[in-house]
Every structure is written in structure tokens, then in C-alpha cells.
Design a protein around this ligand. Structure first.
Ligand code: NAD
Ligand code: WQD
Length: 339
């Protein structure tokens, strides 16, 4: 079976995808610099999978470190999760985001070309669509100038992949545009563990639920939506992980550029999520209505038909399962991996 290198494999989505890959019979090598994760994740993966997963500590910007991996292992494909992902932070630190995300991805691709490894799957984002003209979003919806340096790094890397594929037609480039990944593995052993105060809704809800934060601030309830709060396409991270396996099965050694939206196709509001989380907790989650957050789009959700048609993949888990699994992770790990 193919051997897949997973840069960023100790992170939230990467660790869940490692489980899906191993369960699907792939051999996996995790590559991570622990800039936003901890070695504890590797121990948790061993508990879940019943075996050690080969791991190399390194930085995707370090060409020699990546070359050493390709010397040590016969790598058939790469799924690149490694990247900085905080929208607000990217506005303050654009050069760091371009260096880490774009330079890092470029270095990965340079080494892949050097070692004739032509299968690349990239963690892109619905953020490339900017403020949608209409929803649901298809893969043909216009890619717009991003509203943050973070989002622009995603657009730039997508273009870099497409330009390389033109120059080197043997490449299979898969661009997976994630919507809003949430949830956690059913074991409660791995999950999202952001540093500092969470920017994203679900980890913030989790920390309110375990008493680390007093209440949720709902950023605006005067939007043109059914309940006035913004609408998003939340997708369970386990479904997202399975989407990578489906993409690998379909696209491995199939030259071309393959773009897929990975979402449920269902838009839920902030208050829908609060309600689902309160149900998971068995009590009302405290929240207050706060001013709108700059940069928020009103509605963003996918048309996932292409992934269903070509990959045979669709999301299976509903909002209640997303909330319950997120809460289960945080309840078992009130301080994340620092416990
Ligand atoms: P995460 O921060 O949990 O995981 C990223 C991992 O990459 C971490 O383990 C980090 O240590 C590692 N890493 C970062 N820079 C690195 C480098 N230079 N060299 C080696 N390792 C490095 O993030 P996540 O939520 O799992 O997201 C994974 C990918 O998916 C990111 O590229 C992100 O932009 C993208 N994405 C995430 C979301 C989301 O809402 N979580 C949505 C769309 C796209
Ligand atoms: C969801 C909704 C907020 C926090 C971001 C990135 C995107 C991608 C996914 C990387 C919004 C509301 C949130 C809070 C709130 N990441 N909210 N109170 O903004 O859709 O997307 O994460 O690729 O690039 O932009 O996700 O979870 O931050 O917000 O009311 O404390 O929850 O206003 O409507 P978002 P989010």
C-alpha cells in the first residue's frame, strides 16, 4: 500500500486524517515542528491505533530535513496540513504567514519534484471564496482576493500547485477546500487544542462549557439570516478526514488538478450551534450578544455534489454529533493536551 507523508500530522485535522489513513491501510509518516501541537498527540494516536506511527520532527521550510525523509522512506504522496491558520494573527504578521505557508509549501513541492513524488493534497479553505456572491458555493464559484494574508496564502499556494502541474503534467494536485471543521474523535483522546483564547466558535464554546471562559460572545445578531447570526458549513473533522482518504483513492497517480469543496452542504447559524452544544452539555450554554466581528461573511456553505459524484464521499455526521464529540474531547481534556 502507498506511503503517505503528512506534514502537520500532529495538528487537529492532520491527526484525525492519520487515523483515517492508517485504518484505510496506508502507511503514514508524520512530519511536524510542533509549532501548534504537542508530542502528546503521538502518544494518543498510538493508543487509538495500537501502534507507533513513524514520526520526523522538522519544518517544511527546511529543504534538507524534507530530503532526509525522502531518503529514509519511499514516499508515494504528500498531504500537507502544515501551516499557520489564524486569520487575525495573519493581519499582524503577514511575512511570517507567507514564509511559513507559501515558502513551506514551495519547499515541499521542490523536494517532491526532486524525488519524483507527484501526488500532492493541499489543505485549502473556503476562505478563498471571500464574501460569496451566492450560496451554496461550488468549486466553480469565483476565487476572490482574500480578506486576510492567511486567506491569500491559500490562494497563492493553490495557484503555485496549478502552475507547477502545467509545467510538470505528471503531477496530481488535489486542492481540498475545507469549510468549518469541528468535532473530535469518538475516543475523546484527540481534538482541537488552540493556543491562548480561541478565535474560532467551537473551541470557544468548549472552553465556556468546562469553565475556562465565562460565556460566549455572539458576534452580531442583526445579519440578514433566519435568526440574525452568521451561517456556516460546520463539518465533523472525522468526516473531513475520510474525505482525504476518498481523494487519495481517486486521485493517486491521476495527473491533473482536482479541486473539491469538503463541507456538508448545510448552513447552520451561531445560535443553532449554541443550541446543539447546550444539548450536548445537558444545560444552557451562557452567551451574550456582542458587536459584529470585522471580516465576518454573512453566509458560507458548500455545494458538496462534486465530491459525492467523483470521490463517492459525503459527510455523515450531524450538528448534534459535532457538538457532542467536541464537548466529550474538552470534558476529558479541560486543558487540552496540557493535562
Ligand atoms: P493545526 O494548527 O492544528 O495543525 C497544523 C499543524 O502543522 C500543527 O501541528 C503545526 O505544529 C504544524 N506546522 C505548522 N507550520 C509548520 C511547519 N512550518 N513545519 C512543520 N509543521 C508545521 O491546524 P488545523 O486546524 O489542523 O489545520 C490544518 C490545515 O488545514 C492548515 O493548513 C489550515 O490552514 C487548514 N484549514 C484549517 C481550517 C480550520 O478551521 N481548522 C479550515 C480550513 C483550512
Ligand atoms: C464562525 C462563526 C463568528 C467566535 C474561520 C476562518 C477560516 C477557517 C475556519 C482556516 C462566525 C461566530 C465565532 C466567537 C462568535 N480557518 N463566532 N463568537 O470565521 O467562519 O472561519 O475558521 O482556514 O479561514 O476564517 O469560523 O469559528 O471563527 O466563526 O459569534 O467567539 O461564529 O462570527 O459567524 P469562520 P469561526
Amino acid at each position: 500500500m502507498a506511503t503517505i507523508l503528512v506534514p502537520g500530522g500532529a495538528g487537529f485535522i492532520g491527526s484525525h486524517t492519520v487515523i483515517a489513513l492508517v485504518n484505510a491501510g496506508y502507511d503514514v509518516v508524520i512530519f511536524d515542528n510542533f509549532s501548534n501541537s504537542k508530542p502528546t498527540v503521538l502518544e494518543r494516536l498510538k493508543k487509538i491505533l495500537g501502534k507507533n506511527i513513524p514520526f520526523v520532527c522538522g519544518d517544511i521550510r527546511n529543504r534538507e530535513q524534507i530530503e532526509n525523509v525522502f531518503e529514509q522512506y519511499k514516499i508515494d504522496g504528500v498531504i500537507n496540513f502544515a501551516g499557520l491558520k489564524a486569520v487575525g494573527e495573519s493581519v499582524k504578521k503577514p511575512l511570517e504567514y507567507y514564509d511559513n505557508n507559501v515558502h513551506g509549501a514551495r519547499t515541499l513541492l521542490q523536494v517532491m519534484r526532486e524525488y519524483q513524488c507527484h501526488n500532492f493534497i493541499f489543505s485549502s479553505s473556503a476562505t478563498v471564496y471571500g464574501e460569496p456572491d451566492s450560496v451554496p458555493l461550488t468549486e466553480s464559484s469565483p476565487v476572490k482576493r482574500a480578506n486576510s494574508p492567511y486567506g491569500q496564502t491559500k490562494i497563492d499556494i493553490e495557484y503555485m500547485c496549478q502552475e507547477l502541474q502545467i509545467a510538470a503534467p505528471e503531477f496530481s494536485m488535489v486542492l481540498l477546500r475545507y469549510f468549518n471543521p469541528v468535532g473530535a474523535h469518538e475516543s475523546g483522546l484527540i481534538g482541537e487544542d488552540p493556543k491562548g483564547i480561541p478565535n474560532n466558535l467551537m473551541p470557544y464554546l468548549c472552553q465556556v462549557a468546562v469553565g475556562r471562559l465565562p460565556h460566549l460572545n455572539v458576534f452580531g445578531n442583526d445579519y440578514p439570516t433566519p435568526d440574525g447570526t452568521c451561517v456556516r458549513d460546520y463539518i465533523h473533522v472525522v468526516d473531513l478526514a475520510e474525505g482525504h482518504v476518498a481523494a487519495l483513492k481517486h486521485c493517486l497517480n491521476v495527473p491533473g488538478v482536482h479541486i473539491y469543496n469538503l463541507g456538508t452542504g448545510i448552513g447552520y447559524s451561531v445560535l443553532d450551534m449554541v443550541k446543539a452544544f447546550s444539548k450536548a452539555m445537558g444545560r444552557e450554554l451562557p452567551y451574550k450578544i456582542a458587536p459584529r466581528r470585522a471580516g465576518d461573511v454573512v453566509q458560507c456553505y458548500a455545494d458538496p455534489a462534486l465530491a459525492k459524484k467523483e470521490l463517492g464521499w459525503s459527510a455523515k455526521k450531524n450538528l448534534d454529533q459535532m457538538a457532542a464529540d467536541s464537548y466529550n474531547w474538552q470534558k476529558n481534556n479541560p486543558n487540552g493536551y496540557d493535562d
